[in-house]
Design a binder for this molecule. Sequence first.
Ligand SMILES: [Zn+2]
Length: 277
Amino acid sequence: MELPLRAMLPGLVGLPVAYELAILFLLGLFLGSFFSVVTTRLPEGGSIVYPGSRCPACGAPIRWYDNIPLLSFVLLGGRCRSCRRPIPLFYPLIELTTALTLGLTWYFAWRMGWGLIQALVVVLIAALLLLIAVIDQRTMLIPDHLSFPLVLVALLFGLSPLNPLFPPTVHWQNLLWGLGAGAVIFVISALGAMGQGDALLALAMGFLLGPHILVAMFLALMGGGLVALGLFLYLRMSRRPTRGAKMAFGPWLCLATWVALFFAPPLEEWYLTSFLG
Ligand SMILES: [Zn+2]
C-alpha cells in the first residue's frame, strides 16, 4: 500500500501529486496535438492557426470530436472518417510523447524537491526541446523560431539563482560554458558534420547545464553514435549506398539535455566513484 499513499502526497501546487501528473498528462495530450500541426506546418512556413486541421489524404476538414488527442484515433480505428484511409501514426505518437514528456518532467522536478517556478520553466524547456527534436528529425533543420526562444530561456534561467542544478547564486561561469560549447559546435558545423542549429542548441545547453554539459554531450555522442553506427552497418549489409546518408544529431542533443537536467549530478557521482574512486 506504499504506492497509493505516495501518490496522494502533495505535489508542486499542493494537490495530490497523482492528480497533478494526470493534469500535466492531459495538457500534454492537447499540446502534442498542437505540436503535430506545428511540426508539419512550421518548416513549410505556413500559418499554424489557420486553416483548421484537415485529413492529409483527402483534405476533408476534421471535426472537433474527431480531433480529440489519442481518443479520436482509437475510436476511429486509426482511419479518416471521410476517406477511411489510415491516419499517420505520427499524430497519436507525438500526442503520447508530449503527454509523457510533460508528466515525467513534472514528476522528476517534484522528486528532486524543486520549486514550482523551476518546474514550470523546466516543463517549458522540455516542450521546446521535444518540438525541436521532432522537427529536426523530420526536416534536418532547426527553425530559429524555436532555437532563439530556447537560448533566451536557457540564458535567463540558467544563469539565475533559480537554476536548480546549482547553489542559489548567479552562475556567470555558465555564460562561458554556453559560449564555449556553441563555438565548438559552430566550428564543427562549418566543417559540415553538424548543422548550425546544433550550435544554437549547444549554446542553450551550456547556459543551462554549465559544466554538466559534458555529461549531456557524452550521452548525445553515445546515443547518436551507436544509432549512426547501426544505420551504417544496416546500409552496408543491405548493399545500399552509405555516402550521402544523413542523420539528425539535434534530437540526441535535446534528449541528452533533458536527461542531464535531472540526472547529471548522480551520473557524475557514479562515474567518479566507480572509475576514479
Ligand atoms: Zn481523409
